[in-house]
Design a protein. Structure first.
Length: 482
């Protein structure tokens, strides 16, 4: 026993000598900024965002010692295996430094040695989010089959996530496209596919279930976008197919054998069709109303014999007038981005709510951009007509599925920039000149552990001004009876 205790004591002392003290005295200076995950160096954030917790990217680092100081005053500290900031202290510091910046000092320990890195800054924007949180679907990035998926909401000022509806509550059916009217959760729509398929419309505190597939429309109701009045909602109706790649950097191709755009009158429960956005010979898609409700944006391409020539399908961005009082669609189509000129394809047009910009995704061909690594975000200035790529936020992998805050100063988007497999959520702001800031990853309590373990993709995200009130059990029963 004496020998055992002796060796146990020696082992313990050896561990204590080699382990990293959380109060380092001897530190080696490193003339570079730390390599951290997520990369929050130089990002711009709103005062109402959750703490930007982070770890060292290199797993050999076992401990960090982090100080954050505000240029206008105040400081907070975190130490441990990763930087885990107190939520209340974090928000107090951000409020005190609104419109200024934070300076972050990082020391990290590896193999018993401490290293001091150059400080980096985080800009605190004077523009708030003015949104409570976000909604999204989480789904495994499967090709043909799916298992568990759900619609979720997340508070952006902390790390609270709640389920709105999971497919286990609707007999394992597919669900997607949860879309609110200008981030207002009092009016939303989402789709459920399968035996009890339905398009669920929530407004005035009530739920109305529409047939998800309507033969008179020629396909399923997808890709909704609300008119600002709340009376109308635009949909596309698509006959969708897919195929697989075997010899390039793409895995799957999703395309439509046909598609149209129509407007649904929520008061009269009527479909406004047989218009310029439901033409034979052309495939209209991905609609979006302008913030004043006077225009309906959409993408369109001449119909082909698919899948032959699938990689020659290039959508142009167009718009047509819309009269809110009569519910009539105009008789002339304006082309804003001509695929015949650019040689590229446009998808997911999303105008800012202040009417200044229209953000869209551009890719080599097609419209289902999440599977296209070349897909990038573009910005069209609606006042000047200037069109440009958002190089400030784009990466070498897919960027897509973007949406704006009500104040039009922030936007979110999905990206596969980390590994090319999973879409993650990123945020950026836009200044008065339309320039975007370096995007930052959706904060998590322990982001490195969370994202390494997460086997699901974020899909169809949007902002929500307040929490969405849902009764999943009751909703499941309604869909089952439909």
């Amino acid at each position: 026993m004496k020998k055992i205790n002796k060796w146990a004591l020696i082992t313990l002392l050896s561990f204590l000598v080699s382990a990293c003290s959380l109060h380092p005295d001897h530190v080696q200076m490193v003339n570079q900024q730390p390599d951290i995950y997520p990369d929050y160096i130089g990002v711009t954030i709103p005062v109402d965002i959750a703490p930007l917790n982070f770890s060292m990217t290199d797993d050999d680092f076992t401990d960090v010692y982090v100080d954050v100081k505000g240029e206008k005053g105040g400081s907070i500290h975190a130490e441990g295996t990763y930087a885990d900031f107190d939520v209340d202290e974090w928000h107090q510091l951000l409020k005190a430094n609104k419109g200024s910046r934070l300076l972050v000092s990082v020391m990290a320990c590896r193999e018993g040695n401490w290293y001091q890195y150059r400080d980096f800054s985080i800009e605190v924007s004077p523009n708030p989010l003015d949104e409570w949180g976000i909604t999204y679907r989480r789904i495994a990035p499967s090709y043909a089959l799916y298992g568990h998926m759900g619609l979720y909401q997340r508070c952006l000022s902390d790390f609270t996530e709640t389920s709105m509806l999971e497919n286990s509550q609707v007999h394992g059916q597919c669900m997607n496209c949860h879309t609110q009217n200008r981030t207002n959760p009092e009016q939303y729509v989402f789709h459920v596919r399968g035996e009890h398929g339905a398009t669920v419309v929530h407004q005035h505190g009530k739920d109305v279930l529409l047939k998800a597939r309507n033969d008179s429309l020629g396909g399923t109701m997808v890709y909704p976008y609300w008119h600002p009045s709340g009376r109308y909602c635009a949909f596309s109706t698509n006959k969708t197919a897919q195929m697989f790649h075997t010899g390039n950097n793409k895995r799957i191709e999703v395309f439509d054998t046909s598609s149209d755009v129509f407007v649904y009158d929520m008061e009269k429960h009527e479909v406004i069709k047989d218009t310029l956005i439901m033409t034979t010979g052309w495939a209209e898609n991905t609609p979006a109303f302008s913030p004043d409700g006077k225009w309906l944006y959409f993408t369109t391409v001449r119909c082909g014999n698919y899948p032959k020539g699938y990689d020659q399908v290039r959508y142009s961005l167009c718009r047509v007038a819309f009269d809110e009082k009569s519910g009539k669609i105009g008789t002339e189509v304006d082309t804003l981005v001509n695929a015949g000129v650019t040689g590229k394809s446009v998808t997911w047009p999303r105008p800012s709510y202040d009417g200044k910009y229209l953000m869209y995704t551009q890719l080599d061909y097609g419209y289902f951009s999440v599977w296209h690594p070349e897909a990038d975000l573009y910005m069209l200035d609606l006042e000047t007509g200037v069109n440009r790529p958002l190089n400030e936020v784009n990466s070498i992998r897919s960027e897509s599925l973007h949406n704006w805050t009500r104040n039009s100063r922030w936007f979110l988007f999905t990206s596969r920039r980390e590994d090319g497999l999973y879409t993650r959520l990123y945020f950026s702001s836009v200044d008065e000149h339309g320039k975007a800031t370096k995007p930052f990853l959706l904060p998590q309590q322990n982001p490195k552990e969370y994202y390494q373990r997460l086997m699901y993709s974020y899909n169809t995200p949007d902002f929500t001004s307040v929490p969405v009130k849902t009764n999943a059990r009751e909703m499941g029963r309604k869909i089952e009876r439909f």
